[in-house]
Write a protein that binds this ligand. Structure first.
Ligand SMILES: O=P(O)(O)OP(=O)(O)OP(=O)(O)OC[C@H]1O[C@@H](n2cnc3c(O)ncnc32)[C@H](O)[C@@H]1O
Ligand SMILES: [Mg+2]
Length: 202
């Protein structure tokens, strides 16, 4: 991926995502620096789609840092909730002061799924949009990946982050919270978006 080396800003303030993106980038010998490490602000996510939000996060980081920047916008969409929380996945975890608690967010999702009734089912999927922006010419490219599965209660496992402990990918019986990193990267929404990015820029 010569096009994005030698130094790339990982434009996320989420430690779980940063770790996964660094694992996915590991084979490519690219020096990465996190947005928090550079003191970059967290932009307001005013887009209506995962791609719009990934684009705006990458664009802002590339402009401020003067380096290529990779951003991720992602979330969980629940069929029984007509796709919510979707792009609001992080916001469902926030209290009035903006502090996040994913235990509470998962409880809210499960409560609303139960309220929707048995016929609505437990199907859900994660989506990940990755965007790369370059500093000089305004170019941005984005790629999307998804993984489908079902929600379970109570949450299980502490290996992932966010909503991982309540999501069982199709064809498996453990939650993403119980997956090893490499197992998650074999099938995850983020890994699929990343494979598309590598294919396009590689
Ligand atoms: O915007 P940045 O700074 O990247 O970090 P964020 O945590 O705010 O990220 P998003 O705005 O994209 O919100 C997506 C939320 O969806 C959840 N999420 C995304 N990918 C996930 C994954 O692989 N496993 C579990 N939860 C995930 C996670 O809790 C995120 O906080
Ligand atoms: Mg965010």
């Amino acid at each position: 991926m010569k096009a994005i080396g030698p130094k790339l800003v990982i434009a996320t303030h989420n430690a779980g995502k940063l770790r996964e993106i660094q694992e996915l980038l590991a084979p490519y010998n690219i020096e990465c620096v996190g947005a928090a490490e550079l003191g970059l602000p967290e932009p307001e996510e005013i887009g209506n789609t995962f791609v719009d939000n990934a684009d705006l996060k990458a664009r802002e980081a590339a402009d401020l840092a003067g380096l290529p920047a990779l951003a991720d916008d992602s979330g969980i969409s629940v069929d029984a909730l007509h796709g919510l929380p979707g792009i609001f996945s992080a916001r469902w975890a926030e209290d009035d002061e903006g502090n996040r608690d994913f235990g509470r967010a998962m409880e809210r999702v499960w409560r609303e799924v139960e309220a929707a009734g048995d016929e609505a089912g437990h199907d859900a999927h994660f989506t990940c949009a990755l965007a790369i922006a370059w500093p000089d010419n305004g170019q941005v490219e984005s790629f999307e990946g998804k993984v489908f599965g079902t929600l379970v209660w109570p949450p299980r496992g502490d290996k992932g982050f966010g909503y991982d402990p309540m999501f069982v990918p199709a064809g498996h019986d453990r939650t993403f919270g119980e997956f090893e990193p490499d197992e998650k990267h074999a099938i995850s929404h983020r890994a699929e978006a990343f494979r598309k990015l590598v294919a396009a820029l590689g």
